[in-house]
Design a protein. Structure first.
Length: 335
């Protein structure tokens, strides 16, 4: 299997056809709504809360609310709809989650987006939950994950998922590959490519983003939306506490499978860390949009699709290497 990650690949420019980068359209239709950019903050308790979800929805950004206060989710859906905003929530696969879906149905609460948030999403129990949601809340756009293989994407799509989330352990606060030996850490971009080729529906690239240019690389290899954790965790609006060390400000960031999140050292596959304080999230999201507009101009197009369709080549930045009986010499076609 051909593997590579974000730092291994550079995109090759095409002839520019727009006069100004401001002409480039970064919007993406994802499910029933259209958003400014293909970026969504990770559905982690250290990244998003209700106040930030409201601001994102008001400003045409996608969000997914975390699932770590399960008793508040129904009221969250109500409050979002009362404001005329879309509701996007997360669920797990425990028995109580089926009761929650029943509650939403009984109270006529129809969240526009439901994400089934499981570390290993290629599971019979995730498939069962997809089918249950689609049966009882047929209007919900169901995102299922996380997965790492084309087979997983096909199985979840066949079960009724409207989108799949790709990425097992590539995040900065995740130690899955160290604890288990499994995951897409180190080859996340290749996993996106493989899964996108198998997908008939949108995929979300989840984890491993370290630079704004990685968003364009994700789109190039098939992602419709890019989920970002650590780069969106250090803001004024982020839930973590501000900590000052030697005159520099930081915010707390922890993984969903960390001891901090679980409240006990049990099946831990995440860690807590500090990320630099970055001010208001609106400035970071604006910068991401501007950089993505530049990416579109370098791709030789006018919109996001041009990054995926117009780029003929990428360059492998690694030294020549031998793998599976073949010598890769650096150039890669769009296939």
């Amino acid at each position: 299997m051909q593997t590579f990650d974000y730092d291994d690949i550079q995109l090759v420019p095409n002839k520019c056809i727009i006069k100004s980068r401001k002409e480039a359209d970064t919007s993406i239709k994802f499910g029933p709504k259209t958003f400014k950019i293909p970026v969504v903050p990770a559905n982690m308790e250290s990244v998003i809360n209700e106040d930030l979800a409201i601001w994102l929805a008001q400003n045409d950004y996608f969000y997914v609310m975390h699932r770590f206060e399960p008793e508040k989710r129904a009221e969250f859906v109500k409050r979002m709809h009362e404001r005329g905003l879309f509701a996007s929530i997360s669920v797990g696969i425990k028995d109580a989650e089926y009761d929650f879906i029943d509650q939403l149905k009984a109270e006529h609460l129809d969240p526009e987006y439901i994400t089934i948030d499981v570390a290993h999403g290629h599971s019979d129990f995730v498939i069962k939950m997809i089918q249950y949601i689609k049966k009882n809340l047929p209007n919900a756009f169901v995102i299922a994950g996380n997965v790492a293989t084309p087979e997983a994407v096909r199985d979840l799509e066949n079960a009724g998922a409207d989108a799949t989330k790709v990425g097992v352990g590539p995040g900065k606060a995740c130690i899955t590959k160290l604890k288990t030996g499994f995951g897409t850490g180190g080859w996340q971009l290749a996993a996106i490519r493989l899964c996108a080729k198998a997908a008939r529906k949108p995929i979300i690239a989840d984890g491993g983003i370290r630079h704004n240019g990685d968003i364009a690389k994700s789109v190039r290899f098939g992602a419709s939306m890019v989920m970002i954790g650590s780069m969106l965790a250090g803001h004024l609006e982020s839930p973590g506490h501000i900590i000052t060390i030697d005159g520099k400000r930081y915010k707390q960031y922890w993984g969903s499978a960390s001891e901090v999140q679980k409240g006990a050292y049990r099946n831990v596959e995440g860690k807590q860390m500090l990320v630099p304080y970055r001010g208001s999230i609106k400035d970071t999201l604006r910068e991401m949009q501007e950089d993505l507009q530049s990416s579109i101009s370098y791709a030789g197009g006018r919109d996001l699709e041009s990054i995926r369709r117009r780029l003929l080549h990428t360059i492998d930045l690694r030294p020549h290497f031998y793998r599976s009986g073949c010598i890769w010499n650096g150039w890669r076609s769009s296939n």
